[in-house]
Ligand binder design. Structure first.
Ligand code: NQM
Length: 371
């Protein structure tokens, strides 16, 4: 017996992130109460998250809430929540493609989706922005298979692939692919490209900050002058990207770009937005790769020459601190030179790490800000 509140949940690694997965029916309906439960489950606010299951980094302080969908041609609805570390804040203002990789396996394990042979396609509605994805999960013998030979940079070892395909993610948070209406502009004395192909991202040249672009996340995080310059730009550009006041928001992401070193398209270091990503987000890399294909962006100038105008499906590798991230994109070129991304697909892996109940202390305070 326990006097704590026990709530069923699963812990998954999804791509290069980790988070708690809940069925919507197991959480309070009231948003403030739900957020209070999630903060307690993670152990926030506390930078070490010592009294909860969070991993003391934004990439391991994530939550997925899943329910059976009532929408046509959709199996499940997925709401992503970012639980802050140092503040009592839970935010729903962004998608997360890494955590998305765990949604298909979770939906099957929880009986929300039936398996259909050796692999099962799970059609997922991303509640945060209204985007849609299809995740293909390995299900031989009607069970989710987690082991396999697929390797992704940023995760040791190999696992079963979860392939994910997105359609129609242009402007998912900002309303337009180039939300400021320009491919490049100068803000606070720095050239920037603002783009949203699934994730709002601001691209800047690393060299414009006196950096090579190949620094480690720790080196960048310890540079307070850099961080405050980036935050200053972020707060201004957030308004221009139709995101409103972004002070307490996790978007836009701030991405320093430099030429690729290992045969990829471009090299990146991404602030998400205050800590530096050990790799790069899924939709974040789709946005960066897309920027590389649009004439007049900062990224295009850095990669031009490596692209062709063929309307074909191609893999684009975005380099990051722990390797590279491959995005397969299908492009359409209009006569006037406008490029549209028709489809983006990529490979992740995911693994169920724990299934059980998370304990919420009695008298858990409800003093929460929801964004
Ligand atoms: O861009 C981190 C992650 C992400 C987001 C972040 C992500 C995406 O790696 O789709 O996956 O940018 O906050 O989990």
């Amino acid at each position: 017996m326990t006097t704590q509140q026990a709530i069923p949940c699963s812990l998954y690694r999804g791509g290069t992130s980790k988070g708690l997965f809940f069925l919507e029916q197991d959480l309070p309906l009231d948003e403030r109460e739900r957020n209070a439960v999630l903060l307690a489950a993670m152990g926030s606010p506390d930078e070490r998250q010592i009294d909860g299951l969070g991993g003391a980094h934004p990439l391991t302080s994530k939550v997925a809430v899943v329910r059976k969908s009532e929408k046509p041609d959709v199996d499940v609805d997925y709401l992503f929540l970012q639980v802050a570390l140092e503040k009592p804040e839970v935010s729903t203002n962004q998608n997360c493609g890494n955590i998305l990789a765990g949604v298909g396996p979770f939906a099957i394990e929880q009986g929300l989706v039936e398996t259909s042979g050796d692999s099962t396609d799970v059609r997922i509605y991303l509640d945060n922005t209204g985007a849609q994805a299809v995740a293909r999960v390995q299900t031989p013998g009607n069970a989710v298979r987690y082991s396999g030979t697929t390797r992704i940079d940023g995760v040791p070892g190999a696992a079963a692939p979860v392939s994910i395909e997105f359609t129609d993610i242009e402007g998912s948070s900002c309303g337009a692919l180039l939300p400021t209406g320009q491919a490049m502009e100068n803000l606070e004395g720095v050239d920037v490209t603002c783009i949203d192909n699934g994730m709002p991202v601001v691209l800047m040249r690393a060299v414009d900050f006196g950096l090579s672009g190949y620094e480690t996340p720790e080196q960048l995080e310890s540079d307070q002058t850099l961080k405050s310059r980036l935050e200053n730009i972020r707060l201004k550009v957030g308004q221009r990207m139709n995101l409103g006041d972004v002070k307490a928001k996790t978007v836009p992401k701030m991405c320093l770009i430099s030429p690729a070193k290992n045969g990829g398209l471009i090299n990146t270091r991404t602030f998400i937005p205050h800590r530096v990503h050990e790799a790069i987000g899924v939709l974040g890399s789709v946005s960066v790769a897309t920027a590389c294909l649009i004439p007049d962006t900062l990224a295009y100038a850095m990669v031009s020459g490596s692209l062709s105008n063929a309307e074909s499906v191609r893999e684009y590798a975005v380099e990051h601190p722990s390797g590279s991230f491959s995005v397969e994109m299908q492009l359409k070129f209009s006569a006037s030179g406008v490029v549209t991304v028709q489809r983006a697909a990529l490979l992740r892996t995911a693994r169920l790490l724990m299934r059980g109940e998370v304990m919420i202390p009695e008298g858990n305070p409800v003093a929460i800000k929801a964004n």
